[in-house]
Structure formats: structure tokens, C-alpha cells
Design a protein around this ligand. Structure first.
Ligand SMILES: O=C([O-])CC(=O)C(=O)O
Ligand SMILES: [Mg+2]
Length: 524
């Protein structure tokens, strides 16, 4: 039975009464005489579709999930392509921006810097401690490409966890959204009378480090079976906390590892199609991580930031950029993207800049002149920050682009042929990666498990999907895909010796897959 947190007000302060949901069959007379489940599903869809603004649809669906999670997930699974852009990217970005305005009732756990010293106590307030299996934790410091949203980042944790339930069949009661409040440096929120977080600037790094140490230790004590997904921490913190905790706790960072895995997967499938068109071998690509030594792979990767191509001669740079900084370039700074493309001659272009329009006509035409099938992945989220739109990439490449974006775009017709945009979004990875880590009871998430999730996804394309030049499977098959990814992840966990489910070791692949399927929750 789902828990219900009922807000009650006392002397101007909101308290929560924790109850279980009402019995699924209320006493006779409490329901309309002709209420029928299947008809009600139609009614809910009609109510949803009657709203013309995405944010209104988001609010409706959030209420539906709260009131009747079986109906919510049933409709979600039957209409994945319609629902994911509403409960997740891009609409969840608007929900975050407006969270303090559209907030209706509490969901998840909020832990603030003021709670330092008693975080354990607060975690134990979560009503379903024994069942918690997966938590998505954000500090709101870099929500999608929208910047520091402070406590308004909570919907991102909630949205990701809805996809764990829909996409991997994690039980709703096993999900734990957490938003950490360490302040915000966005003045607009500090000035907003409705803002739901602490009205203070972000605390210094050493204070946050001490807070995170206590938080992670108390999480492990309160929830011994929990996997943690770090989400949308600002870049330095994202790298820093992944390194700091990854050997001590079962944990991964979705923006680093989930995005890395999904992009690699789409790239593998795109590179196969591109190589078929150009006749050039896979290892000729200018970005390729497979079958090469670290140094050989690194040579084929060029990073560009707001100041242009990153190279050693340019001067001091952030720690995480150093590994890919070019040693072989020593000319004047190269700033213009078309100019950089003409110098590098890349086969693939990945956008993580959150600069709308960065892949302009000149960029895409230059990529198309260099490659019969240019690989172009504008990955920034949400849609309005994407480096280019699908229709632009199609037109400017004369229909030759191999495309994947972080956020969804509609399909396009070009010269009488339908072209489908890939959605290179980590939603293809994290549900299956998480499911595999949970079912193998992994003590940590190794790089080999992340890599397995990526290769598992790349292999999941059906013959039909390959024939349509798709880079990622159709989202309607997400459960099947998550199952296949979970199997690959479980095997990788076993190989790395971090699994704690010895029974699974002796099972065949078919038996593990059956085990995974049996453990998926289904809406009634
Ligand atoms: O949430 C998404 O759509 C993908 C993601 O993790 C991000 O952009 O930070
Ligand atoms: Mg993210």
C-alpha cells in the first residue's frame, strides 16, 4: 500500500501525518455506480489531453500519480512517447523553474545545511526505510542546463525516479527522492517570496564536504540496501563527490556515467552506419573509445569550451579538462566552431554546451562536407538549450545526419523519407543500470558495470530498428531494454566481484533475465 503524507497546519507550521493509502476497494456507496477501470483510463487520458500547456499536463500527472499510482504508471507504460517529455525532460525543466509556484504537497526528503549534525535523525523520518532501494539525490546546483535552482531542483529527483518505476519496474515504494539545500547563488530565487528553500548563498566547499560526509555515512546506516544516483550537481562537485564516495557506497553519477554510457551506445550505432556509408573503418573515427589504448583513444578526442579548442599552450584550466587537453596544437587560440571543425576534421560532433544555436548552418554544412554521414549529437537539455534542432540538422545535411539529442524532437520527412531523431538521453541507461546494481546487490558501481550498460543498450536494437537507421531502441520497449541492460550489469558486477547475490552467479543468462522480469513491478 502506498504511503500518504497528509499535510496538516498547526500554528502556521506545516506538519505531516503519515498514513497508508485508503483501501483499494472503498465501502459501497463511496464510488460512482458505473466507475470502470478501463473507462477511467480513457477519462484520465482525455483530461490530460484537454490541457494545452505542458506544465499543466505535468501538474495533472503529478496529482494523478499521487492519487492513483497504478493508473498513472499504467497510462505511462502504454503511452511512453507521450508521457516521458511531460514527466521528464523537457517539461520537468519548467517544473523545476516554477517549483516554488506550482508546489502543492511534499514529496521526498529535504535535507538542509541547518540539519548538519542530525542528518541521521531526519533520514529515519522517511516512512518506508526497509523498502528503500534507489535514491536520486540532487543539490540543485546545475539542473539540466538551467543553472543553480537550489531547492527547486526537487522535481528532477522525482522525475528520474518515475522513470525507474516505469522503465525498470522498481516498486514505487522503493524510491526515495532527495533534495539537499546548501543555499543557492541565484538571486532570482533568493528574492522570490514563494521560494521554498533556505534564503542564503551556497555554503563554501569545505562546509559542503563535511555535510556530504555526514550525509553519505548516515544514508548507508539508515538504508543498508540503497543505491544512490547523484544528479545535477555542478560539474566540479559532480566529479569531486563521485570520486570521494564511489569506493565506499553503491553509487553512480547520472550526468557523468549515465550520459557517458548513453552517448557511447548511440555513437557505436552511429559509427557503424557512418562507416558503412564512407567505407572508412571504425578506428578512423575522430572519437572512438573501443579497441584502442587510452592514449590512442585520447588522440581522437578534441574538447572545445567557451574559449574554443582546449590545448596545453592556452594556459591554466580546470582539472577535469586536463586529460583531453591537446598537446599537438600550438597555434593561436581556435575559437570559431567551424574553424575548429576544419582543423580537426571530426566524424562526430557532440554538444554539451547549453548554447542554443551553437551548431549553426555553417557548422552542420562543414560537417556534411567532411563526412557522407556526419554524426551530430546536440545533447544539451532541455529542448530550448539544444545546440540545434532536428529539422535544421536534417535540412543542412541534406538528410544525411546521424542525429541524437538530449531532449526529444519530432520526426521529420526529407525527400519522401521519414527520419527519426535519436534521443541520446540517460533515461535509456539509468533504469537498467540501477536495476542491475540493485538485483546483484552490488557493493559499488564499477566502470565496467557502466560500460556493460552502454554496450547492452547498443546491442538492444532490433533488426527493424537497425533498418530504420535508429541509434537507440524505440522508447516503448524500455522495459525489455532495461531488462537486457540489467543482465549485462549483473554479469559485470559478478566479474568485478562486487555482487552480493551469490544465487545469481550460477544461473544462465535466460534464468537471470527471467529473475529480472519477475522482480519488475507492474501497475495493476
Ligand atoms: O535529465 C535529463 O534529461 C538528462 C540529464 O541528466 C541532464 O541533462 O542533466
Ligand atoms: Mg542530469
Amino acid at each position: 500500500m502506498p504511503i500518504v503524507l497528509t499535510p496538516v497546519w498547526s500554528n502556521g507550521v506545516q506538519k505531516l501525518k503519515v498514513t497508508s493509502a485508503p483501501p483499494s476497494k472503498p465501502a459501497h456507496g463511496l464510488l460512482p455506480p458505473a466507475l470502470d477501470d478501463n473507462v477511467h483510463a480513457q477519462r484520465c487520458l482525455a483530461q490530460l489531453r484537454s490541457k494545452d500547456k505542458s506544465i499543466e499536463k505535468y501538474i495533472y500527472l503529478n496529482q494523478l500519480k499521487d492519487a492513483d499510482h497504478n493508473m498513472f504508471y499504467r497510462l505511462c507504460l502504454a503511452n511512453m512517447a507521450e508521457f516521458t517529455p511531460l514527466i521528464y525532460t523537457p517539461t520537468v525543466g519548467d517544473a523545476c523553474l516554477q517549483y516554488s509556484q506550482i508546489y502543492r504537497r511534499p514529496e521526498g526528503l529535504f535535507i538542509s545545511i541547518k540539519d548538519k549534525g542530525k542528518i541521521g535523525q531526519i533520514l529515519r523520518n522517511w516512512p518506508r526505510k526497509e523498502e528503500a532501494r534507489i535514491s536520486v539525490v540532487t543539490d540543485g546546483s546545475r539542473i539540466l542546463g538551467l543553472g543553480d535552482l537550489g531547492v527547486n531542483g526537487m522535481p528532477i529527483s522525482i522525475g528520474k525516479l518515475s522513470l525507474y518505476v516505469a522503465g525498470a519496474g522498481i516498486r514505487p515504494e522503493s524510491t526515495l527522492p532527495i533534495c539537499l539545500d546548501l543555499g543557492t547563488d541565484t538571486q532570482r530565487h533568493l528574492d522570490d517570496p514563494l521560494y521554498l528553500g533556505l534564503r542564503q548563498r551556497r555554503v563554501p566547499m569545505d562546509v559542503m564536504d563535511a555535510f556530504m560526509d555526514e550525509f553519505m555515512e548516515e544514508m548507508a546506516a539508515a538504508f543498508p540496501k540503497l543505491l544512490i544516483q547523484f544528479e545535477d550537481f555542478a560539474t566540479d562537485k559532480a566529479f569531486g563527490y563521485l570520486e570521494r564516495f564511489r569506493d565506499r557506497h553503491p553509487l553512480f553519477n547520472d550526468d557523468i556515467q549515465g550520459t557517458g554510457a548513453v552517448v557511447l551506445s548511440g555513437f557505436i550505432n552511429a559509427a557503424k552506419l557512418a562507416s558503412a556509408a564512407s567505407g572508412r573503418p571504425l578506428s578512423d573515427h575522430r572519437i572512438l573509445l573501443q579497441g584502442l589504448s587510452d592514449d590512442e583513444a585520447r588522440e581522437r578526442i578534441y574538447l572545445v569550451d567557451s574559449q574554443g579548442l582546449i590545448f596545453d599552450g592556452r594556459g591554466p584550466m580546470a582539472e577535469h579538462k586536463k586529460y583531453f587537453s591537446r598537446k599537438d596544437y600550438n597555434g593561436p587560440p581556435l575559437k570559431d566552431l567551424t574553424e575548429i571543425i576544419n582543423y580537426v576534421k571530426p566524424t562526430a560532433l557532440l554538444g554539451l554546451s547549453t548554447i542554443k544555436g551553437a551548431f549553426n548552418q555553417s557548422v552542420i554544412e562543414t560537417m556534411s562536407a567532411l563526412n557522407p554521414r556526419p554524426i551530430i549529437f546536440p545533447l544539451s537539455n532541455p529542448v530550448r538549450l539544444s545546440e540545434c534542432e532536428f529539422h535544421e540538422a536534417v535540412e543542412w545535411s541534406q538528410g544525411n545526419v546521424l542525429f541524437a539529442s538530449g531532449s526529444p524532437f519530432p520526426e521529420e520527412e526529407f525527400n519522401g523519407r521519414m527520419m527519426y531523431p535519436g534521443q541520446g538521453n540517460n533515461m535509456y541507461i539509468f533504469p537498467g543500470l540501477g536495476l542491475g546494481a540493485i538485483l546483484s546487490r552490488a557493493s559499488k558501481v564499477t566502470d565496467s558495470m557502466v560500460e556493460a550498460s552502454s554496450l547492452g543498450l547498443a546491442d538492444a536494437l532490433t533488426a527493424d530498428e537497425r533498418a530504420a537507421d535508429l541509434l537507440y531502441p524505440r522508447i516503448e520497449r524500455i522495459r525489455e531494454i532495461s531488462g537486457a541492460i540489467a543482465l549485462a550489469v549483473i554479469r559485470a558486477a559478478q566479474k568485478a566481484g562486487v555482487d552480493r547475490s551469490p544465487d545469481l552467479r550460477t544461473k544462465s543468462d535466460a534464468e537471470v533475465l527471467a529473475f529480472v522480469r519477475e522482480h519488475m513491478w507492474n501497475p495493476q
